[in-house]
Ligand binder design. Structure first.
Ligand SMILES: Cc1cc2nc3c(=O)[nH]c(=O)nc-3n(C[C@H](O)[C@H](O)[C@H](O)COP(=O)(O)OP(=O)(O)OC[C@H]3O[C@@H](n4cnc5c(N)ncnc54)[C@H](O)[C@@H]3O)c2cc1C
Length: 437
């Protein structure tokens, strides 16, 4: 009998597990479930809307989804519609590729105030993720503070300051685009505890900030060292040297007639979010880096703003009966094995690091482990799974239904943009109901 495998989560790591299983030519059936109707995880809901070329990787995932061994079940959530125990009883192998959907905490006084919105939520909002479609962040502010010195912080700053023309080819939902363009935002402060050498930007993303139509990239030249020092691998040193070069270019730039600016604010530690219930500003403390760690100097200053976006990392909330590792914040596992018949790959295994391609070897490893551990299938698999969903009246979205949603989004696209996203599950389901009636 075929080995029946269910992959929970249709982001890159889920698709890389499926791809590796197909390539192995083993006798397998592969079901991929996702809590959202739409597939592709952070490729749809995280990768920046103006970086469409990065999103093209989904074409390969689409080929995988259309393989005869694979079925897609969107709008099915582990923990809501089905439990891990039920999946284990139904499938020979369960692979958890659920990513890290939540925000890491800032751990700063006042972070519960209205107007502190973590990057998972904010990015989800501008990418039309149904969980955040009603977020309505208060953009009525001249200044926005983004905390973090990585690519996600850069993405957020860029999306807030690009002109409508620069965003023409993006798939920002119309209501988000209108809200950003109508806002008085002129200055985005990107705040990092440590210095430019420690920052985690990749150079392509950083360089792009120096070439924006109506936004200057501004750095205090006194924050930039002459050269990169410290104990880095050759690869890391080269990246840091390139970043330092780019930042030196920004330091020479003044506002130069541009209406907006992104301020790279290094050596600054958030110490308090100001305001009563709503954010009115943030208090920062100047730092100095000693042995790679940022230490406060006792010099403080405030930035007035109504929106603070921590982009400092991601977290996985414990899901129902899934073993959780408190120390790493990931699903507890030994090299990807969770417990008998249960595997993990991608961010849920490694934590929120690396690029899309980093998930590929992970997916391959999970596929190899499954085929090593399980000789042939003994569990009922797909039919039993579908019967259970039907008995619970779970309305799942198969891949053909997703393709209908996809086609409708493409058909609704404003000129130049690849698509106008549906941002609620209800809208997607009613599209499907209307087209089948
Ligand atoms: C804002 C942002 C921008 C990024 N930009 C880039 C970039 O430009 N280039 C690049 O190379 N990398 C980028 N990355 C990194 C890249 O997106 C990740 O490496 C990759 O998406 C991780 O894949 P994953 O499959 O582990 O998780 P995810 O992509 O998060 O996929 C997890 C999937 O599991 C589903 N799920 C979660 N819980 C459940 C449940 N209980 N039941 C069913 N399904 C569930 C989710 O809906 C989701 O579809 C970015 C990341 C972020 C956050």
């Amino acid at each position: 009998m075929s080995i029946s495998i269910v992959i929970v989560g249709s982001g890159p790591s889920g698709f890389y597990v499926a791809e590796a299983l197909i390539k192995s030519e083993a006798d397998v059936t592969i079901d991929i479930i996702d809590r959202l109707p739409t597939p592709y995880g952070l490729i749809r809901g995280g990768v920046a809307p103006d970086h469409q070329s990065t999103k093209r990787v989904t074409r390969a995932y689409e080929r995988t989804a259309l393989n005869e061994k694979v079925r897609y079940y969107g709008n099915v959530e582990l923990g809501r519609d089905i439990s891990l125990d039920e999946l284990r009883a139904t499938y020979d192998a369960v692979v958890l590729t659920i990513g890290m959907p939540g925000d890491s905490k800032l751990m700063v006084r006042g972070e519960e105030k209205t107007g502190v919105i973590g990057s998972a939520a904010f990015v989800g909002w501008y990418n039309g993720h149904p969980d955040f479609s009603r977020l309505a962040p208060d953009l009525n502010s001249k200044n926005v503070v983004v905390i973090g010195n990585g690519n996600v912080a850069v993405d957020i700053a860029r999306v807030l300051v690009k002109t409508p023309k620069e965003m023409t080819e993006a798939d920002l939902p119309q209501h988000v685009s209108n809200a950003i363009q109508a806002s008085p935002i002129t200055d985005v402060y990107m705040v990092g505890r440590r210095g430019p050498v420690e920052a985690k930007f990749t150079n392509v993303e950083l360089r792009e900030m120096g070439n924006l139509e109506n936004a200057a990239a501004i750095v205090d030249p006194s924050d930039l060292p002459e050269e990169v020092t410290g104990d880095w691998s050759n690869r890391d040193r080269r990246l840091r040297e390139r970043n330092l070069e780019s930042l030196k270019g920004f330091a020479a730039e003044t506002r130069d007639g541009k209406r907006k600016a992104v301020h790279f604010t290094f050596y600054a530690k958030p110490v308090e979010i100001l305001g009563d219930e709503k954010v009115t500003g943030i208090r920062l403390e100047k730092t100095t880096v000693i042995d790679g760690r940022a230490q406060g100097t006792g010099e403080f200053w405030d930035i007035e703003c109504s929106l603070v976006i921590p982009a400092i990392g991601y977290a996985l909330e414990p899901v129902q009966d899934i073993p959780f590792d408190e120390n790493t914040g990931t699903i507890r596992n030994v090299d990807g094995r969770v417990e008998e018949g249960v595997y993990v790959a991608g961010w849920a295994k490694r934590g929120p690091t690396g690029v899309i391609g980093t998930n590929k070897p992970d997916g391959k490893a999970a596929a190899e482990q499954i085929l090593e551990d399980i000789g042939s299938g003994t569990k009922p698999g797909r039919d039993s799974f579908e019967a259970r969903l039907k008995s619970r009246e779970v309305r799942w979205i198969d891949f053909a239904a997703w393709q209908q949603i996809d086609a409708a989004e493409i058909a609704n696209a404003p000129t130049g943009s690849p698509r106008e996203k549906f941002v609620t599950t209800e809208d997607m389901l009613s599209l499907l109901s209307n087209s089948s009636s």
